[in-house]
Design a binder for this molecule. Sequence first.
Ligand code: E4P
Length: 217
Amino acid sequence: MKFFIDTANLAHISEANELGILDGVTTNPTLMAKEGIKGTEAINNHYKAICEIVEGDISAEVLSTDFATIIEEGKVLAALHPNIVVKVPMIKDGIKAIKWFTDNGIKTNCTLVFSAGQAILAAKAGATYVSPFIGRIDDSGWDGIQLIRQIATIYERQGFKTEILAASIRNANHIIACAEAGANVCTCPLDSILALLKHPLTDIGLAKFLEDAKKMG
Ligand code: E4P
């Protein structure tokens, strides 16, 4: 399973990248706004800055919802750097745009996916990635991990090449469950990635080893 970091915060991106286990980055308008990025030039420069830090796919989301404007916006984003993946919402014009981008050699990430039916449409349109929002599904009383499992089964049986990018990750257990359920990629906030490191027995064991190491002189 590939690891992406789900943020537009350059310090977090650098910290995760320095671990040596990062395969890419996802952003969305909320995450960009949180960093105070405003205006087309600043947005595009921010994407370029992320591409300079991480060698891997970087999702940049379109802000429009009609076919023609999604295409224009996506072409500009894709031209920023070869690693840019155009993130397109799961709407009718979005699916048409994903098909157009696929036919024109531009990678896509179909976002805001909450059902297996939507995941089938994204795969049929040739999306590079499909992003089911695990945390938001759980928040609404449904089972996000079960959706990952269902999409993984469908994609395998149907031979779809679209990669399942588990998004809206809330904690380390989500990451483990997504790996078990068949996600190809997990995009996570930095704290969820770092939480994977933690186990109390590791801390206790290390403290004892360090104490005993002192006896070794
Ligand atoms: C990433 O591609 C998604 O936009 C993101 O994971 C959504 O996460 P949230 O539900 O925490 O906003």
